[in-house]
Design a protein around this ligand. Structure first.
Ligand code: PEP
Ligand code: MN
Length: 372
Protein backbone atom coordinates (compact mmCIF):
# COMPACT_ATOMS: atom_id res chain seq x y z
CA UNK A 1 0.00 0.00 0.00
CA UNK A 2 1.32 3.47 -0.89
CA UNK A 3 0.16 6.59 0.89
CA UNK A 4 0.76 9.63 -1.28
CA UNK A 5 1.02 12.83 0.75
CA UNK A 6 -0.25 16.17 -0.57
CA UNK A 7 2.22 18.33 -2.50
CA UNK A 8 4.96 19.85 -0.41
CA UNK A 9 4.33 17.74 2.71
CA UNK A 10 7.94 16.92 3.52
CA UNK A 11 9.25 13.51 4.61
CA UNK A 12 10.23 14.71 8.10
CA UNK A 13 6.99 16.61 8.81
CA UNK A 14 4.68 15.77 11.72
CA UNK A 15 1.97 14.88 9.18
CA UNK A 16 4.15 12.10 7.81
CA UNK A 17 5.11 10.96 11.30
CA UNK A 18 1.39 10.66 12.16
CA UNK A 19 0.84 8.43 9.13
CA UNK A 20 3.85 6.26 9.99
CA UNK A 21 2.64 5.88 13.60
CA UNK A 22 -0.81 4.85 12.42
CA UNK A 23 0.71 2.32 9.98
CA UNK A 24 2.92 0.76 12.58
CA UNK A 25 -0.05 0.09 14.86
CA UNK A 26 -0.94 -2.72 12.46
CA UNK A 27 0.90 -5.99 13.19
CA UNK A 28 3.73 -6.98 10.82
CA UNK A 29 3.65 -3.72 8.92
CA UNK A 30 6.69 -1.58 8.27
CA UNK A 31 6.55 1.94 6.86
CA UNK A 32 9.18 3.33 4.51
CA UNK A 33 9.11 7.05 3.71
CA UNK A 34 10.28 8.02 0.23
CA UNK A 35 10.94 11.46 -1.16
CA UNK A 36 10.00 11.62 -4.83
CA UNK A 37 11.58 14.34 -6.91
CA UNK A 38 9.00 15.09 -9.58
CA UNK A 39 9.44 17.41 -12.55
CA UNK A 40 7.69 20.30 -10.83
CA UNK A 41 7.39 19.39 -7.16
CA UNK A 42 8.57 17.17 -4.35
CA UNK A 43 6.25 14.37 -3.34
CA UNK A 44 6.38 12.27 -0.22
CA UNK A 45 5.13 8.71 -0.37
CA UNK A 46 4.85 6.31 2.54
CA UNK A 47 5.24 2.68 1.48
CA UNK A 48 3.60 0.15 3.80
CA UNK A 49 5.34 -3.19 3.58
CA UNK A 50 4.32 -6.53 5.08
CA UNK A 51 0.81 -7.69 5.95
CA UNK A 52 -1.14 -4.84 4.42
CA UNK A 53 -3.93 -6.80 2.71
CA UNK A 54 -6.52 -6.22 5.41
CA UNK A 55 -5.68 -2.59 6.26
CA UNK A 56 -8.64 -0.40 5.26
CA UNK A 57 -7.70 2.49 2.95
CA UNK A 58 -9.99 4.83 4.88
CA UNK A 59 -7.70 4.49 7.84
CA UNK A 60 -5.27 6.79 5.98
CA UNK A 61 -7.60 8.67 3.67
CA UNK A 62 -8.99 10.52 6.70
CA UNK A 63 -5.69 12.36 7.28
CA UNK A 64 -5.83 15.96 6.00
CA UNK A 65 -2.33 15.76 4.54
CA UNK A 66 -2.93 12.57 2.55
CA UNK A 67 -3.68 13.00 -1.14
CA UNK A 68 -4.51 9.40 -1.96
CA UNK A 69 -3.99 5.82 -0.94
CA UNK A 70 -2.93 3.29 -3.56
CA UNK A 71 -3.28 -0.41 -3.00
CA UNK A 72 -0.57 -2.31 -4.86
CA UNK A 73 -1.93 -5.38 -6.50
CA UNK A 74 0.43 -5.59 -9.41
CA UNK A 75 3.99 -6.81 -9.80
CA UNK A 76 7.11 -4.73 -9.25
CA UNK A 77 6.04 -3.32 -5.92
CA UNK A 78 9.05 -1.09 -5.44
CA UNK A 79 9.95 0.01 -8.99
CA UNK A 80 6.50 -0.34 -10.58
CA UNK A 81 4.24 2.45 -11.73
CA UNK A 82 1.05 1.81 -9.84
CA UNK A 83 -2.43 3.05 -10.54
CA UNK A 84 -2.55 6.81 -10.08
CA UNK A 85 1.23 7.35 -10.01
CA UNK A 86 1.72 9.73 -12.90
CA UNK A 87 4.65 11.68 -11.47
CA UNK A 88 8.11 10.83 -12.79
CA UNK A 89 10.42 9.52 -10.08
CA UNK A 90 13.90 10.79 -10.32
CA UNK A 91 17.08 11.24 -8.44
CA UNK A 92 19.86 13.72 -8.38
CA UNK A 93 23.48 12.64 -8.58
CA UNK A 94 26.54 14.85 -8.94
CA UNK A 95 24.28 17.82 -9.61
CA UNK A 96 22.56 16.04 -12.51
CA UNK A 97 18.92 15.04 -12.55
CA UNK A 98 17.90 11.57 -13.79
CA UNK A 99 14.22 10.78 -14.42
CA UNK A 100 11.77 9.87 -17.16
CA UNK A 101 11.79 13.57 -18.08
CA UNK A 102 15.54 14.02 -18.54
CA UNK A 103 18.03 13.10 -21.26
CA UNK A 104 21.75 12.27 -20.95
CA UNK A 105 24.31 10.91 -23.38
CA UNK A 106 27.08 8.65 -22.01
CA UNK A 107 29.59 8.15 -24.86
CA UNK A 108 32.81 6.48 -23.76
CA UNK A 109 35.16 3.55 -23.62
CA UNK A 110 33.78 0.02 -23.44
CA UNK A 111 36.94 -0.90 -21.57
CA UNK A 112 39.71 1.27 -20.19
CA UNK A 113 42.98 0.15 -21.80
CA UNK A 114 45.52 2.94 -21.35
CA UNK A 115 45.84 6.38 -19.74
CA UNK A 116 46.49 7.85 -23.22
CA UNK A 117 43.25 6.53 -24.71
CA UNK A 118 41.29 7.48 -21.60
CA UNK A 119 42.63 11.01 -21.79
CA UNK A 120 41.91 11.29 -25.53
CA UNK A 121 38.34 10.14 -24.86
CA UNK A 122 37.70 12.50 -21.96
CA UNK A 123 39.29 15.43 -23.78
CA UNK A 124 36.98 14.90 -26.76
CA UNK A 125 33.98 14.77 -24.43
CA UNK A 126 35.02 17.99 -22.70
CA UNK A 127 35.43 19.68 -26.09
CA UNK A 128 31.80 18.84 -26.80
CA UNK A 129 30.48 19.82 -23.36
CA UNK A 130 29.69 16.23 -22.32
CA UNK A 131 30.06 15.50 -18.59
CA UNK A 132 28.84 11.90 -18.53
CA UNK A 133 30.67 8.86 -19.88
CA UNK A 134 31.19 5.14 -19.66
CA UNK A 135 34.49 3.44 -18.79
CA UNK A 136 34.79 -0.27 -18.05
CA UNK A 137 37.41 -1.37 -15.53
CA UNK A 138 35.93 -4.77 -14.67
CA UNK A 139 34.95 -6.64 -17.82
CA UNK A 140 32.84 -9.81 -17.70
CA UNK A 141 34.11 -11.69 -20.76
CA UNK A 142 32.65 -14.73 -22.43
CA UNK A 143 36.09 -16.33 -22.71
CA UNK A 144 38.60 -16.51 -19.85
CA UNK A 145 41.36 -15.86 -22.41
CA UNK A 146 39.99 -12.43 -23.29
CA UNK A 147 41.07 -9.16 -21.67
CA UNK A 148 39.31 -8.95 -18.31
CA UNK A 149 39.77 -5.22 -17.73
CA UNK A 150 42.50 -3.52 -15.72
CA UNK A 151 40.33 -3.58 -12.59
CA UNK A 152 41.33 -1.40 -9.68
CA UNK A 153 44.75 -0.68 -11.21
CA UNK A 154 43.25 1.78 -13.69
CA UNK A 155 40.89 3.54 -11.30
CA UNK A 156 43.38 6.18 -10.05
CA UNK A 157 44.10 7.55 -13.53
CA UNK A 158 40.53 7.19 -14.73
CA UNK A 159 39.20 9.25 -11.80
CA UNK A 160 42.02 11.78 -11.93
CA UNK A 161 41.51 12.36 -15.66
CA UNK A 162 37.75 12.57 -15.15
CA UNK A 163 38.33 15.36 -12.64
CA UNK A 164 40.72 17.09 -15.04
CA UNK A 165 38.17 17.09 -17.88
CA UNK A 166 35.08 17.89 -15.81
CA UNK A 167 33.45 14.47 -16.12
CA UNK A 168 30.76 14.23 -13.42
CA UNK A 169 29.48 10.68 -13.80
CA UNK A 170 31.14 7.51 -15.15
CA UNK A 171 29.02 4.45 -15.79
CA UNK A 172 31.22 1.56 -14.67
CA UNK A 173 30.29 -2.10 -14.49
CA UNK A 174 31.07 -4.10 -11.39
CA UNK A 175 31.00 -7.88 -11.37
CA UNK A 176 31.67 -8.52 -7.69
CA UNK A 177 30.68 -6.68 -4.54
CA UNK A 178 34.35 -6.25 -3.55
CA UNK A 179 34.63 -3.81 -6.47
CA UNK A 180 32.46 -1.40 -4.50
CA UNK A 181 35.18 -0.87 -1.91
CA UNK A 182 37.85 -0.55 -4.59
CA UNK A 183 35.85 2.18 -6.32
CA UNK A 184 35.08 3.94 -3.05
CA UNK A 185 38.76 3.93 -2.03
CA UNK A 186 40.00 5.18 -5.41
CA UNK A 187 37.39 7.94 -5.49
CA UNK A 188 38.44 9.02 -2.04
CA UNK A 189 42.12 9.12 -3.04
CA UNK A 190 41.15 11.23 -6.04
CA UNK A 191 39.44 13.73 -3.73
CA UNK A 192 36.01 12.64 -5.09
CA UNK A 193 37.10 13.91 -8.51
CA UNK A 194 34.03 12.43 -10.20
CA UNK A 195 31.00 10.20 -9.60
CA UNK A 196 30.25 6.59 -10.54
CA UNK A 197 27.03 4.99 -11.68
CA UNK A 198 27.42 1.29 -10.98
CA UNK A 199 26.55 -0.84 -13.98
CA UNK A 200 25.03 -4.28 -13.52
CA UNK A 201 25.79 -6.04 -16.80
CA UNK A 202 23.41 -8.25 -18.72
CA UNK A 203 25.33 -11.35 -17.62
CA UNK A 204 24.75 -10.47 -13.98
CA UNK A 205 21.12 -9.41 -14.34
CA UNK A 206 20.07 -12.33 -12.13
CA UNK A 207 23.08 -12.39 -9.82
CA UNK A 208 20.84 -11.78 -6.83
CA UNK A 209 23.59 -11.53 -4.23
CA UNK A 210 25.35 -8.85 -6.26
CA UNK A 211 22.04 -7.04 -6.73
CA UNK A 212 21.39 -7.11 -2.99
CA UNK A 213 24.89 -5.80 -2.23
CA UNK A 214 24.53 -2.97 -4.72
CA UNK A 215 21.01 -2.30 -3.46
CA UNK A 216 22.20 -1.99 0.12
CA UNK A 217 24.75 0.74 -0.53
CA UNK A 218 23.70 4.35 -0.78
CA UNK A 219 26.81 5.94 -2.30
CA UNK A 220 26.15 5.22 -5.96
CA UNK A 221 23.15 5.04 -8.30
CA UNK A 222 22.80 1.92 -10.45
CA UNK A 223 22.41 1.28 -14.16
CA UNK A 224 20.71 -2.10 -14.43
CA UNK A 225 21.01 -3.85 -17.79
CA UNK A 226 18.24 -6.13 -18.96
CA UNK A 227 19.17 -9.82 -19.00
CA UNK A 228 19.92 -10.83 -22.59
CA UNK A 229 18.19 -14.21 -22.48
CA UNK A 230 15.37 -13.79 -20.00
CA UNK A 231 11.94 -12.23 -20.21
CA UNK A 232 11.36 -8.56 -19.52
CA UNK A 233 9.31 -9.58 -16.50
CA UNK A 234 12.26 -11.57 -15.12
CA UNK A 235 14.59 -8.60 -15.66
CA UNK A 236 12.20 -6.21 -13.93
CA UNK A 237 11.85 -8.60 -11.01
CA UNK A 238 15.63 -8.83 -10.74
CA UNK A 239 15.84 -5.04 -10.82
CA UNK A 240 13.28 -5.01 -8.02
CA UNK A 241 15.96 -6.56 -5.78
CA UNK A 242 17.93 -3.30 -5.96
CA UNK A 243 14.98 -1.26 -4.77
CA UNK A 244 13.80 -3.65 -2.09
CA UNK A 245 17.35 -3.69 -0.72
CA UNK A 246 17.09 0.08 -0.25
CA UNK A 247 18.54 1.73 -3.38
CA UNK A 248 15.90 3.53 -5.43
CA UNK A 249 18.36 5.42 -7.61
CA UNK A 250 18.07 3.10 -10.59
CA UNK A 251 18.19 3.48 -14.37
CA UNK A 252 16.91 0.52 -16.43
CA UNK A 253 18.91 -0.17 -19.60
CA UNK A 254 17.83 -1.97 -22.78
CA UNK A 255 20.75 -3.51 -24.72
CA UNK A 256 19.24 -6.06 -27.08
CA UNK A 257 18.32 -9.72 -26.75
CA UNK A 258 20.38 -12.75 -27.68
CA UNK A 259 18.56 -14.46 -30.53
CA UNK A 260 19.57 -15.47 -34.03
CA UNK A 261 16.60 -13.50 -35.29
CA UNK A 262 18.77 -10.50 -34.47
CA UNK A 263 21.20 -11.42 -37.25
CA UNK A 264 23.09 -9.65 -38.68
CA UNK A 265 23.24 -7.53 -35.52
CA UNK A 266 24.98 -8.82 -32.41
CA UNK A 267 21.64 -8.77 -30.59
CA UNK A 268 18.00 -8.28 -31.48
CA UNK A 269 17.38 -4.60 -30.85
CA UNK A 270 14.65 -4.20 -28.23
CA UNK A 271 14.21 -0.44 -28.14
CA UNK A 272 10.51 -0.79 -28.90
CA UNK A 273 10.41 -1.65 -25.20
CA UNK A 274 11.40 1.88 -24.13
CA UNK A 275 7.75 2.96 -23.72
CA UNK A 276 6.92 -0.41 -22.17
CA UNK A 277 9.48 -0.02 -19.37
CA UNK A 278 8.43 3.61 -18.89
CA UNK A 279 4.85 2.44 -18.48
CA UNK A 280 5.55 -0.51 -16.16
CA UNK A 281 8.00 1.39 -13.95
CA UNK A 282 8.80 4.95 -12.99
CA UNK A 283 12.51 4.47 -13.70
CA UNK A 284 14.47 6.46 -16.28
CA UNK A 285 15.21 4.21 -19.27
CA UNK A 286 18.59 3.93 -20.99
CA UNK A 287 19.45 2.36 -24.34
CA UNK A 288 22.78 0.85 -25.35
CA UNK A 289 22.92 0.84 -29.16
CA UNK A 290 26.55 -0.39 -29.25
CA UNK A 291 26.00 -3.69 -27.48
CA UNK A 292 22.69 -4.11 -29.30
CA UNK A 293 24.09 -3.73 -32.84
CA UNK A 294 27.69 -4.76 -32.14
CA UNK A 295 29.06 -3.75 -35.55
CA UNK A 296 29.68 -0.68 -37.61
CA UNK A 297 27.36 -1.56 -40.46
CA UNK A 298 26.34 1.25 -42.80
CA UNK A 299 22.80 1.48 -44.17
CA UNK A 300 22.27 2.40 -47.85
CA UNK A 301 21.35 5.94 -46.77
CA UNK A 302 24.90 6.30 -45.44
CA UNK A 303 23.98 6.29 -41.75
CA UNK A 304 25.44 3.70 -39.40
CA UNK A 305 22.99 1.12 -38.05
CA UNK A 306 24.12 2.28 -34.59
CA UNK A 307 22.84 5.78 -35.39
CA UNK A 308 19.57 4.40 -36.69
CA UNK A 309 18.81 2.28 -33.62
CA UNK A 310 19.89 5.10 -31.30
CA UNK A 311 17.31 7.27 -33.04
CA UNK A 312 14.68 4.56 -32.60
CA UNK A 313 15.25 4.49 -28.85
CA UNK A 314 15.38 8.26 -28.41
CA UNK A 315 12.33 8.97 -30.53
CA UNK A 316 10.43 6.54 -28.28
CA UNK A 317 11.43 8.45 -25.14
CA UNK A 318 14.77 7.01 -23.93
CA UNK A 319 16.28 9.06 -21.10
CA UNK A 320 19.88 8.00 -21.45
CA UNK A 321 22.19 6.56 -24.11
CA UNK A 322 25.28 4.48 -23.36
CA UNK A 323 27.48 4.23 -26.44
CA UNK A 324 30.98 2.90 -27.19
CA UNK A 325 33.68 5.17 -28.62
CA UNK A 326 37.41 4.59 -28.91
CA UNK A 327 40.29 6.76 -30.18
CA UNK A 328 41.79 3.73 -31.98
CA UNK A 329 39.16 0.97 -32.26
CA UNK A 330 41.59 -1.31 -34.11
CA UNK A 331 43.72 -1.41 -30.95
CA UNK A 332 40.83 -1.68 -28.45
CA UNK A 333 41.11 -4.66 -26.13
CA UNK A 334 37.34 -5.12 -26.00
CA UNK A 335 34.52 -4.52 -28.50
CA UNK A 336 36.60 -2.52 -31.00
CA UNK A 337 34.37 -3.43 -33.98
CA UNK A 338 31.39 -1.60 -32.49
CA UNK A 339 33.24 1.49 -31.25
CA UNK A 340 32.69 4.79 -32.99
CA UNK A 341 35.66 7.07 -33.70
CA UNK A 342 36.26 10.32 -31.85
CA UNK A 343 35.84 12.05 -35.24
CA UNK A 344 32.30 10.63 -35.26
CA UNK A 345 31.42 12.04 -31.83
CA UNK A 346 30.06 15.36 -33.01
CA UNK A 347 27.84 13.72 -35.62
CA UNK A 348 26.54 11.26 -33.05
CA UNK A 349 25.77 13.99 -30.50
CA UNK A 350 24.06 16.25 -33.01
CA UNK A 351 21.99 13.41 -34.42
CA UNK A 352 20.94 12.29 -30.93
CA UNK A 353 19.96 15.84 -29.91
CA UNK A 354 18.03 16.25 -33.14
CA UNK A 355 16.01 13.11 -32.43
CA UNK A 356 15.44 14.13 -28.80
CA UNK A 357 13.98 17.43 -30.03
CA UNK A 358 11.76 15.43 -32.37
CA UNK A 359 10.54 13.36 -29.42
CA UNK A 360 9.72 16.54 -27.48
CA UNK A 361 7.94 17.89 -30.55
CA UNK A 362 5.90 14.67 -30.72
CA UNK A 363 4.79 15.22 -27.13
CA UNK A 364 3.68 18.75 -27.97
CA UNK A 365 1.81 17.51 -31.03
CA UNK A 366 0.09 14.90 -28.92
CA UNK A 367 -0.99 17.51 -26.37
CA UNK A 368 -2.30 19.75 -29.15
CA UNK A 369 -4.27 16.95 -30.77
CA UNK A 370 -5.72 15.83 -27.44
CA UNK A 371 -6.62 19.42 -26.50
CA UNK A 372 -8.04 20.29 -29.93
C1 PEP B 1 29.14 -3.18 -21.32
O1 PEP B 1 28.31 -2.23 -21.33
O2 PEP B 1 30.34 -3.00 -21.29
C2 PEP B 1 28.65 -4.56 -21.37
C3 PEP B 1 29.43 -5.59 -21.13
O3 PEP B 1 27.36 -4.61 -21.72
P1 PEP B 1 26.31 -5.80 -21.55
O4 PEP B 1 26.32 -6.17 -20.08
O5 PEP B 1 25.03 -5.18 -21.98
O6 PEP B 1 26.78 -6.90 -22.45
MN1 MN C 1 31.41 -4.05 -24.39
Amino acid sequence: MIIVMKADVLPDSTEVQDVVRRAERYPNVRAEVRKIQGATRVLTEVYLLGSTATIPQESFEEFQAVEKVIRIRERYRAIGRHEGQAEAVGFEYQGLQFSQDTFHLFPGLCAVDSPENTEAMFRALAEHGIVTTRAGAYKPRTSPYDFQGHGKACLPYVFELAGKYGIKVISMEITHESHLDEIRAALQSSGQATGVMLQIGTRNAQNFELLKAVGQQADFPVLFKRGMGITLEESLNACEYLATSGNHRIVFCLRGMKTNLGDPHRNFVDFAHVPVVRRLTRLPVCIDPSHAVGKKLVAPDGLLDILHVTAQGIVAGANMVLVDFHPKPEEALCDGPQALLLEELEHFLRDAELVRRTYEERLRLHEQMMGG
